[in-house]
Design a protein around this ligand. Structure first.
Ligand code: FAD
Length: 287
């Protein structure tokens, strides 16, 4: 379903909360964000057993509310039987969209590393082989390149492999430089890749955690943004106001240029996402 105001397809990522209090907060967030009529909510999944039960519990709750849900599923460190079982579970629940990932093993997880499926393209092939077209499969894309990729060309080859394996769409790592996205699409087009590549959008609400996370995942915070955020220190209101303005502009640029939708990394918070969506003309329909 698309938001009726602007026909902009939006979706929201959640992470599975660790506590009952966190779950209550997630439920309140989902209730508010659902008024914007997203296409679906996705739920992250921790490789190596760390948060898997919590992902199932979150997916269970969303499905009980009748909300379209796309669980993330990572393959690193898992065996095929385990993955098959999870997919069967989701199929029974009426889930028909999956975000298929390699994942990262948590450091110190004690797992030897690789399982039976080592890269996301192998997981995509497995899902298609066992479940044909039941699941709409989204994969990850990296306009600023995956931090472990040998080089940009090899990373694009790997993305092309995921698409050839049967991915229906892709969601990008977040970025703040739209040129990285447009250039990535040009590279995809040159390789004959035609699936929709939805920009992943990270609202800016807290500089320190964003900087830490960006370093780890290889997303660049441009200097003109970083310097301003640094200068505000602990003034979270100023950071949020500036972040909302910058990210709204980014989204406007992306939509005006023809991006096929927006996928928000909500961090289980609704405020900034709603403000950004409202700035784009995406609002809850009048009762
Ligand atoms: P892949 O596409 O398999 O790529 C991983 C790396 O290996 C890349 O450097 C690639 O260039 C290289 N590579 C791929 N295939 C080959 C090959 N055949 N030979 C050699 N090198 C190869 N992580 C989680 O743990 N849980 C989540 O829920 C989660 N959700 C995410 C959602 C999105 C939208 C994004 C963008 C990321 C998410 N991540 C999640 C993070 C993701 O798991 C990590 O970025 C991980 O390191 C790579 O996963 P991938 O699916 O992109 O891997």
């Amino acid at each position: 379903m698309q938001n009726p105001d602007k026909h902009t397809s939006i979706s929201f990522e959640l992470f599975p909360p660790k506590t009952d209090k966190g779950m209550d907060k997630l439920k309140a967030t989902v209730t508010r964000l659902n008024e914007l009529q997203p296409e679906y909510f996705s739920v992250t999944y921790g490789a190596g057993g760390s948060t898997q039960e919590r992902t199932f519990a979150t997916v269970d709750w969303l499905r009980e509310q009748g909300i379209a849900t796309a669980p993330h599923l990572s393959c690193i460190g898992a065996d095929k039987d385990e993955i098959q079982e999870i997919l069967e579970r989701y199929r029974k629940q009426g889930v028909n969209r999956i975000v298929a990932l390699r994942g990262d093993l948590p450091s110190g997880s004690g797992l030897g590393g690789l399982g039976e499926l080592n890269y996301a393209n192998e997981l995509v092939s497995f899902i298609r082989e066992r479940f044909a077209d039941h699941f709409h499969i989204e994969v990850a894309a990296y306009p600023e390149f995956h931090p472990q990729a040998e080089n940009a060309r090899v990373d694009l080859d790997n993305f092309a492999r995921k698409v050839r394996s049967g991915a229906h769409g892709a969601i990008t790592q977040y970025f703040y430089n739209p040129d990285a996205y447009w250039r990535f699409l040009d590279d995809c087009q040159a390789r004959g890749i035609e699936i929709p590549v939805i920009p992943g959008i990270m609202p800016i609400t807290n500089y320190h955690s964003l900087a830490r996370f960006s370093d780890a995942c290889g997303a660049e915070i441009p200097r003109w943004i970083r310097k301003r955020l640094e200068a505000w220190g602990d003034d979270l209101d100023a950071i949020r106001d500036f972040g909302t303005e910058v990210v709204s502009q980014l989204c406007r640029n992306l939509l005006d240029g023809g991006a096929p939708g927006l996928h928000f990394y909500t961090m289980n918070q609704s405020g900034s996402v709603i403000n950004i969506c409202n700035n784009l003309g995406i609002r809850a329909p009048a009762p």
